[in-house]
Every structure is written in C-alpha cells, then in structure tokens.
Write a protein that binds this ligand. Structure first.
Ligand code: COA
Length: 247
C-alpha cells in the first residue's frame, strides 16, 4: 500500500492507495483511511483521511458539505470520477458529493449510514465530560464483536475531540424529507451495505434508501454491526466486487 499526499486549497490531504481502481473510500466519525485496509488490498482503490483525521491537515469544518468539497476535489485530482464508498458520516459525505458534485460520481456505495443521522445527546455530552467512558460506549454500540469493540475504544478515546465534531455534524445531517418529497433523486447505480446487527444506523435506515432509490441494491451482512467492513471483510468485499463488476 502506498501513501499519497494531495494539496487541496493549500492543505495537505493524505490518501492510502491499494490496487489501481476508480474507487474512493470515506471513513466514518473519528476513524481514518486505515479502516479500509482490507478493502484496499482485496478490491483496490483509494481511501482518504478527511481533514482533521489520520495524516491530513486540520481545517475548519462547519458541515458535512465541507468534507464533501475536499473529497470531490481529491477525486478530481486522482481519477476524475469514482465509485464513492462512504461509511456512516462518510455515507453522509458521499450523498452530499452526489448532490453537489455529480460529475465525480460513477456510483454510490452507502455503508451503515442514513438519510438522517441523529446522535444520542448523552453521547455528545459524555464526549466532552468523560471522553474515555464515551469512547467505550460508542465502541460498544459500533461493534457486534465485543473483542474488537474493546480494542477500538482506545482509538476513539484518543480522538474524542474529532469524534465529538464528527458526531455533531452527523446530528445536523438530515435529508429524510428531501428523499420523501422527491427533492433528492438518486438515479445512478447504488449499493447499500449494512450489518444485520448495526445498532447505530439500523437496517431500517438502509431500507429507507431502498424505498426511495429505485436503482438501489441492498446487502445485509449477517453477524455484523456498524463496523461491517472490519467485522466481516470477506463478505463485505464480495458484495462490493460483485457490484463494481456489473458497472
Ligand atoms: N432513515 C430512516 N428512518 C429514520 C432515519 C433514517 N436515516 N433516521 C431516523 N429515522 C426515523 C426513526 O426510526 C424514527 O422513526 P419512528 O418514529 O417510526 O420510530 C423517526 O425517524 C425519528 O427518529 P430520530 O430522528 O432518530 O429521532 P428520535 O428523537 O426518535 O431519536 C435518537 C433520536 C438519537 C435517540 C435516535 O436517532 C438514535 O437512537 N440514533 C442512533 C444512535 C446514534 O447515536 N447513532 C449515531 C449515528 S452516526
């Protein structure tokens, strides 16, 4: 795997590159590009560190649209047009990219995400007041496999500040009525992947997409929680490869 540094508006944005493929992966709250290592090795493509994450520079981010701006610019520089794979907050970013910068989107893969991503207020308060406990709680909800949850809670605890920022942005993200009213229309190939046991963005959220996106295919992965790409990488990669091959 290779590290690439892009310069976008004088900011350094770091990207992990796997096998050559026109796919970009966007991580979720408090995570970074390394979340996608198994996908980069097996399926290929590029995983971005959003600003304020991993090895990318800090930037003032006011809403999900600001993240979308950086990812769209990265896609333009890297390959022009890509399959956009977004997990959780990254899925909200992917939807924004489709709405604001449709020319860079070949297809959408929405992973454990939703058209609205309200966050439990207790989590937001705890992240400020008791970051280690909050990190443990978020991790417990995020994984079906509690061994992995214990390991990952340390990562979330170290990143409590950026996790709070990301979850606050998620909490304000809401396209639910726009999908219902038809204001948001997705008419490109779309794959929905969700863990059967996802407690943060339940299967119901993906079913909502399925109902409102006529082209959407849906893959519910058994015995997986919100971090489906880490918990069931083989099943996840199979679903993604099948989808990409048909494009
Ligand atoms: N897709 C489809 N339906 C959705 C949705 C989505 N993305 N987001 C919310 N809804 C539905 C809910 O299921 C609910 O339906 P119901 O009335 O039939 O039960 C309704 O819209 C309102 O839900 P919500 O907007 O979530 O508000 P709430 O006040 O009922 O609950 C929370 C707020 C925070 C408790 C709740 O959203 C929750 O438990 N969220 C998941 C946990 C979390 O923190 N996730 C982090 C995501 S990154």
């Amino acid at each position: 795997m290779e590290r690439i540094t892009l310069e976008i508006d004088a900011l350094k944005i770091s990207v992990l590159k796997g096998k050559e493929k026109d796919v970009i992966y966007i991580h979720g709250s408090g995570c970074d590009a390394t979340l996608w290592e198994r996908q980069l090795e097996d399926v290929g493509g590029y995983a971005i560190d959003l600003p304020n994450h991993g090895r990318s520079c800090a930037a003032e981010i006011r809403d999900i649209g600001d993240y979308a701006y950086f990812v769209a610019k990265a896609v333009k520089k890297l390959m022009g047009k890509a399959v956009i794979v977004g997990h959780s907050l990254g899925g909200a970013v992917a939807q924004k990219i489709y709405l604001e910068y449709p020319k860079v989107v070949k297809a959408l893969v929405l992973v454990g995400t939703g058209a609205r991503l309200r966050v439990m207020p207790e989590i937001l308060t705890m992240l400020k007041e008791k970051p280690a406990e909050a990190a443990e709680l978020v991790s417990k909800y995020a994984f079906s496999n509690q061994e992995l949850a214990k390991e990952f809670s340390k990562v979330f605890a170290e990143r409590a500040g950026v996790l709070h920022l990301d979850l606050s942005l998620c909490d304000r993200f809401d396209l639910l009525e726009d999908y219902r009213s038809g204001k948001v229309k997705v008419d490109i190939p779309t794959l929905l992947i969700v863990g059967e046991k996802d407690a943060l963005t339940p299967v119901k959220y993906s079913e909502f997409f399925k109902k409102h996106i006529p082209s959407a295919e849906m893959d519910v992965i058994p015995e997986a929680g919100h971090m489906v790409m880490l918990e069931k990488p083989d099943e996840f990669n199979r679903a993604l490869k099948n989808f990409i091959e048909k494009l």
